[in-house]
Design a protein. Structure first.
Length: 253
């Protein structure tokens, strides 16, 4: 059996406030590839190709629980991870109804039917150009921009109160924004971020909370990782080549 491959692409500067990254997963085998997806805090758009044709094209909301994912045989999966400002300032719509769900997209959306699957670098550039066209003339509100930047910088290692105090925005207003556009609370979102940040240590075999992790102790770390992956940190580490390929492949920006 051939080894599946994974590539990570950072977005262009114009999309930096709205897009976290793009990725490409190639399964060259005649059998489907499967793994456990652990919530990472990013809404997504995903295109799956077989025989150079789009077989699935869909968007997701933020996942709050682990999910079994199946990658079709002989396929290329291309995805885009979006930041929290994207629903309002790129797509001008809430994705609150998509918490832990998927929704199909028309292949005309973002001109996906004309993407060049024979050249992955070119395809990413094509995708970026279509997303740039969507950037709202209205600039992100200063509170929302500060919120987004702080969350991606701190990676869940602050309390809700600390976030509110550092950006000078009331917790109730922040939660109202999260609930309206993403469908979850700030606290839930930061819990996902905190666990996702810990995966970088777990994939290296380090199961101890560091001083800046915001986990109270070892038992708190284990509880949170089990909540988001369905398994203990040790089990995740031991099975990252099979069950937890997503964690094996995660890349720091």
């Amino acid at each position: 059996m051939k080894q599946s491959t994974y590539q990570h692409f950072d977005p262009c500067t114009q999309l930096n406030e709205y897009v976290h990254s793009f990725w490409v997963h190639i399964n060259p085998n005649n059998e489907k590839d499967s793994f456990t997806f652990a919530p990472d805090g990013f809404p997504k758009i995903i295109i799956i190709y077989q025989n150079n044709q789009i077989k699935r094209y869909f968007k997701t909301g933020i996942f709050t629980e682990p999910k079994e994912v199946y990658v079709p045989a002989n396929s290329i999966s291309i995805g885009c991870r979006f930041k929290i400002l994207a629903p309002e300032y790129l797509f001008n719509q809430s994705i609150a109804h998509l918490v832990t769900k998927e929704e199909p997209l028309d292949i005309n959306f973002l001109n996906a039917k004309n993407f060049d699957i024979t050249n992955l670098d070119k395809l990413i550039v094509q995708w970026e150009k279509e997303l740039i066209k969507l950037i709202n003339i209205k600039k992100p509100h200063k509170n929302k921009l500060r919120l987004s930047r702080l969350l991606y910088k701190s990676k869940g290692k602050l309390t809700v109160t600390q976030v509110s105090e550092q950006i000078f925005w009331e917790q109730k207003q922040i939660n109202r924004y999260f609930t309206k556009y993403l469908g979850i609370s700030l606290k839930s979102y930061m819990s996902i971020q905190r666990a996702h940040s810990a995966y970088f240590d777990i994939k290296k075999g380090d199961f101890s909370p560091s001083s800046d992790d915001s986990f109270f102790d070892q038992s708190h770390l284990i509880k949170e990782i089990k909540k988001h992956t369905g398994a203990s940190p040790k089990f995740v580490f031991q099975n990252q080549d099979e069950l937890f390929k997503q964690i094996r492949n995660i890349t720091k920006k």
